[in-house]
Ligand binder design. Structure first.
Ligand SMILES: Nc1ccn([C@@H]2O[C@H](COP(=O)(O)O)[C@@H](O)[C@H]2O)c(=O)n1
Ligand SMILES: C[C@@]1(CO)OP(=O)(O)OP(=O)(O)OC[C@H]1O
Length: 159
């Protein structure tokens, strides 16, 4: 059996915060704001995984009102979500995702993000694809007020 899931997330860009995307710290003059480390890409991926197994979204499992998740490492939360997936007998078919960011240029960091995500999801690199796009200076992304990310996953039942 196969299950598909999608995820979408947005975070505001502000000064004085680290920029962490796909578990990778990226040098930039601004970072994403959130209750957690605000890794918008991992949040979209977790929402896609939770969607695929019919388990709602990350806000349900890791409420942003819970002090336990203040400054939370999104990679650790991904480990938890992935254990929910494997507990139900699924493995990754493939994952595709995109980060919408006007700046900085993410191309130099894409392979590292891909490696981090593939390791967490116990998958081969070829099963994970990470993309970046600007929005051609349009909208909140284009004005560098925030970043967005979208992810789609396919899970396959282990035999
Ligand atoms: N923050 C970003 C955005 C885009 N890229 C790469 O540049 C290519 C062209 O982007 P457009 O938005 O002009 O289509 C895109 O395909 C990415 O490879 C990037 O590295 N970092
Ligand atoms: C993981 C959480 C935990 O507070 O992160 P936040 O930084 O609050 O990010 P958001 O995408 O707004 O909601 C998800 C939350 O569950």
């Amino acid at each position: 059996m196969m299950r598909v899931g999608m995820g979408y997330d947005v975070h505001q860009l502000v000064e004085g915060r680290d920029l962490i995307l796909g578990g990778v710290l990226i040098p930039h003059d601004k970072g994403l704001l959130g209750h957690s480390d605000a890794d918008v890409l991992l949040h979209a991926i977790k929402d896609a995984l939770l969607g695929a197994i019919g388990e709602g979204d990350i806000g349900r499992h890791f409420p942003d009102t819970d002090p336990q998740f203040a400054g939370a490492d999104s990679l650790k939360l991904l480990t938890h979500v992935w254990s929910m997936v494997t507990d139900r007998g699924y493995a990754l078919g493939n994952l595709d995702c995109v980060v919408m960011a006007q700046k900085p240029k993410l191309a130099p960091y894409i392979e590292e993000m891909r490696g981090v995500i593939a390791r967490e999801l116990q998958a081969e690199l070829s099963q994970v694809n990470v993309k970046a796009t600007t929005t051609e200076k349009l909208g909140f992304v284009g004005r560098e007020e925030g970043m967005a990310a979208q992810a789609v996953v396919l899970l396959v039942k282990k035999s």
